[in-house]
Write a protein that binds this ligand. Structure first.
Ligand code: CA
Length: 296
């Protein structure tokens, strides 16, 4: 185990040397491309045999050193490069600097600047707005968790958690963010006043561009592509979030709510099918009575 860790560490150093000058030239989007490229390189298998090694950078913002170290150990074992910040301010500072992290594990309860403030700041800045965030929450922080999801967090884990669960969540979120394979530039999905640029991950509603997180994009794309067909929460959790089982369907509801808000005049196109799930109404279909977004 120790031997493996040391080898993994060496491999990471050499890749980092290659990657740094590139990522300085190219901001976050292509930086992602490079991490993806390196994550499946054959050098990995030469060093570590069959073990899968990824190169993504994870920033952990967590003030409890024991928890941070357990997470670091488990993530590094999976080949991630890990940085730890013990305070919100330092976390924000680290996140802003190249290379921008591929994912941030963000504790909500932090001394000084708390997790939600950090998230607001991250989402305000163009360099960090698209970095996926997995919140670390504690019992009694349900409200903060919902606020966090509304602010644009992709997922959360609750303390006490198993490190294995965290690693699975991290991997699922990163998988969602991978560039779409074989999508020709300029390919679009359109329904009503909604226009989705697949390759560019961009949304326009009534001609106005609306920023989307990676998860919102996948959710909307899937709903449009399966237009008219009702998707259960379980289906959405599996196809959008990559979860094998129904972990927490409120995650789906929160994201749908946020997506509807972003769709503005087209919000009612996402219909709630009571007791089943959601569907996106195609242009030629009648609305299901009482299926629109309920007043908040
Ligand atoms: Ca804490």
């Amino acid at each position: 185990m120790i031997e493996n860790k040391r080898l993994a560490g060496n491999a990471q150093v050499s890749v980092q040397n290659v990657q740094n000058p590139l990522s300085r030239l190219a901001p976050s989007a292509s930086n992602r491309g490079f991490s993806t490229m390196f994550s499946t390189g054959s050098a990995d298998s030469r060093v570590l045999g069959s073990q899968t090694v990824t190169r993504e950078r994870i920033l952990i913002v967590e003030d409890e050193p024991d928890i941070a170290e357990v997470l670091r150990y488990n993530l590094e074992k999976e080949g991630f490069r890990v940085e730890i910040a013990g305070r919100g301010e330092t976390g924000l500072e680290t996140a802003r600097h190249e290379p921008i992290p591929d994912l941030i594990l963000l504790d909500l309860m932090l001394p000084g600047m708390d997790g939600l403030e950090v998230m607001r700041a991250l989402k305000r800045e163009t360099t960090t707005a698209r970095v996926p965030i997995v919140m670390i929450t504690a019992r009694g922080e349900e409200v903060d968790r919902i606020v966090g999801l509304e602010l644009g967090a992709d997922d959360y884990v609750s303390k006490p958690f198993s490190p294995r669960e965290v690693v699975l969540r991290v991997k699922a979120v990163l998988r969602r963010r991978l560039p779409e394979a074989e999508v020709p530039a300029g390919e679009r999905l359109e329904v009503g006043e909604i226009r989705l640029d697949i390759a560019g991950h961009r949304l326009w509603v009534e001609g106005q561009e609306i920023p989307l997180t990676a998860t919102e994009f996948r959710l909307l794309r899937l709903l449009i592509e399966r237009g008219g067909r009702v998707q259960t929460r379980g289906q959405l959790l599996s196809d959008v979030w990559g979860y094998a089982e129904d972990i927490d369907s409120r995650t789906v509801d929160t994201h749908i709510r946020r997506l509807r808000r972003k769709l503005g005049a087209e919000a009612e196109r996402i219909e709630t099918v009571i007791g089943v799930g959601y569907r996106l109404r195609p242009e030629d279909a009648e609305a299901i009575p009482g299926s629109g977004p309920r007043p908040a």
